[in-house]
Write a protein that binds this ligand. Structure first.
Ligand SMILES: C[S@@+](CC[C@H](N)C(=O)[O-])C[C@H]1O[C@@H](n2cnc3c(N)ncnc32)[C@H](O)[C@@H]1O
Ligand code: SF4
Length: 465
């Protein structure tokens, strides 16, 4: 069972030498194998066959992710796949294209399968005009069957919506809203070119609450230029006063080789590993003291949240959108750059907007991967460790018909220093992250990643800590 949160050691308890020792670059494991392993040369018919095969599996729900890449302006920290400078006209063409793509998916996957999750992310989904948003969601409802208790979430840029837009989202059935906040300090907001007056956020949250709507997430970020312990403490205090049900506290991922605009933050001074860890540690402490529980690597939720129950029963899982309680869904990504994860396959869509608009309705995949049995085994291990900090070796051996010690002798060797550093506990039956180990979970999972070997991680992945 997880330790009571009040006594749980946090990032501030990590000895400096451990921070130094494990500060490296590595994946966030939203998939395994990770996206750099997806291949431009892939056998499309093989992947289509695998997709169709899932229709024969009983009770196999769907999860739909729609990527809306558009933003009005670019926030300088942003590492997401975004497009600036497009008009409402282009957005209109784009939703028509996504609906064509959805139609094609419905000819491959049985559209009668229940959609248990719908997520709109970006970019900025609320870039769409109200009537475009309505057309999109209603168009999907005509093509798929949504489960009555489907989770419908959307990322909302609080700078760009008003109460009427939120009402529209509620009327369309969205039942979880994530606001991008990052930091409430005026100076930090200025540095990253994203100015959001606190009052605006408070009004939107109050408006939702006035409708009895409480499933509100706030995204925050530490590691930005200008953040100090004092400013960030104040931001966290204000966020606690707003009282969202979930908080994502992301470490700023500096990946200028993917997002060159991030370079402009370098001259403002980015915090060191130690400074980042202090910002995270102080926020961690404040959030726990305010009654939030730590979930996964960087999420916090109220104790009554279903994520906490999933963590306690070790059934928490993760997909491209973040942590979730719903396991075993086939995830279909629609829109530019979206990734689908269906059974033992990954596919990634066209990233070029013009090409996507032209292709949608026919094949939009530019990369694909059919997982090997070894990939499937390692994906299971990484997912369990990453989400639940726990791996049941007996269950794994039975399920995959293997001797863990023999099969993973090399990996056990890689884990040994982490065991000595009290980051994890291992015996014949299990591997368990210890209290401080969860802050190094990327490092722990990397031991099971078969593809990290010779590649240059510095220019590919963000920092693990
Ligand atoms: C697509 S954005 C949010 C939606 C909307 N566009 C907005 O800005 O409010 C999703 C979240 O990704 C996180 N994010 C973006 N760039 C990041 C980076 N470089 N490192 C860590 N998190 C990042 C931010 O917390 C952001 O709120
Ligand atoms: S943080 Fe949101 S609004 Fe800002 S550039 Fe990224 S996706 Fe666009």
């Amino acid at each position: 069972m997880p330790e009571p949160t009040a006594h749980r050691p946090g990032p501030l308890d990590i000895p400096a030498e451990l921070l130094q020792k494990y500060a490296t670059s590595g994946p966030r494991y939203t998939s395994y194998p990770t996206a750099p392993q997806f291949k431009a040369e892939f056998d499309e018919s093989q992947l289509l066959e695998a997709w169709r095969g899932t229709n024969l599996k009983a009770n196999r729900g769907l999860s739909l992710y729609l990527h809306v890449p558009f933003c009005k302006s670019r926030c300088l920290y942003c590492g997401c796949f975004t497009e600036i400078g497009h008009t409402a006209d282009t957005a209109g063409q784009y939703i028509a294209a996504m609906l064509r793509e959805a139609g094609r998916v419905g000819t491959i996957l049985d559209p009668g399968r229940p959609v248990e999750q719908l997520a709109l992310g970006g970019g900025t989904p609320t870039f769409l005009l109200p009537e475009q948003m309505r057309r999109l969601v209603e168009g999907l409802s005509q093509q798929f069957v949504f489960a009555d208790d489907a989770e419908r979430s959307i990322e909302v840029d609080p700078r760009r919506v008003d109460a009427a837009y939120l009402d529209l989202l509620l009327s369309l059935g969205f039942n979880r809203i994530s606001f991008g906040v990052q930091d409430l300090d005026a100076q930090v907001q200025h540095h990253v070119a994203r100015v959001l007056p606190e009052q605006k956020l408070v009004e939107l949250v109050d408006h939702l609450r006035g409708h009895g709507f409480g499933a509100i997430n706030l995204d925050l970020m530490y590691g930005l230029p200008g953040q100090t312990e004092t400013t960030f403490r104040r931001t966290i205090e204000r966020v606690i006063a707003i009282g969202p049900s979930r908080i994502a506290l992301f470490g700023y991922a500096h990946v200028p080789w993917v997002s060159p605009h991030q370079r402009s933050l370098e001259s403002l001074g980015l915090p060191s590993t130690e400074e980042r860890n202090r910002l995270f540690g102080l926020a961690f402490r404040q959030l726990l003291e305010a009654g939030y529980a730590h979930v996964g690597m960087d999420h916090f939720a109220r104790p009554e949240d279903e994520l906490i129950r999933a963590l306690e029963s070790r059934t928490l899982t993760r997909n491209f959108m973040g942590y979730t309680t719903r396991r075993g869904l086939d995830l279909v990504g629609l829109g530019v750059s979206s990734i689908s994860s269906v059974d033992g396959t990954y596919t990634q869509n066209e990233k070029n907007l013009a090409a996507y608009l032209e292709k949608a309705g026919a094949s939009t995949w530019i990369k694909g991967l059919a997982l090997t049995p070894e990939d499937l085994l390692r994906r299971e291990i990484i997912l369990d460790l990453f989400c639940n900090f726990y791996l049941d070796l007996t269950a794994l051996e039975q399920r995959f018909g293997l001797d863990f010690q023999a099969h993973f002798a090399r990996e056990i060797g890689l884990l040994a220093p982490m065991e000595s550093d009290c980051l994890l506990h291992r015996d014949k039956a299990r591997i368990m992250g210890r209290a401080l180990g969860r802050f190094f979970i990327r490092n722990i999972c990397m031991c099971f990643d078969q593809y990290l070997g010779g590649e240059n991680r510095e220019g590919r992945y963000s920092r693990t800590i």
